[in-house]
Design a protein around this ligand. Structure first.
Ligand SMILES: [Zn+2]
Length: 76
């Protein structure tokens, strides 16, 4: 199983953990609400985890244009 992190806004690949030994607790997923987990974490058909986060570029953009927070995705 591997864990893929990607930006929820621009879909940039932010990193992959290929040999995933950590459990959800170590990754901090247990601190998320059920709704957040559903929103952020997806399992694909091979059982790999896909985690939506926000990349640095989008975080900067969101700071400048907070209105974009309401949108799931936008074009730079
Ligand atoms: Zn981004």
């Amino acid at each position: 199983m591997s864990v893929h992190y990607y930006c929820r806004h621009c879909q940039a690949n932010l990193g992959t953990l290929s040999s995933w030994q950590a459990d959800e607790q170590q990754l901090g997923f247990n601190q998320l609400s059920d709704e957040e987990r559903k929103d952020m974490i997806n399992y694909d058909s091979q059982g790999h985890l896909h985690v939506k986060v926000i990349c640095e570029a989008c975080e900067t953009t969101l700071k400048d244009y907070p209105d974009y927070h309401a949108n799931e995705s936008f074009i730079h």
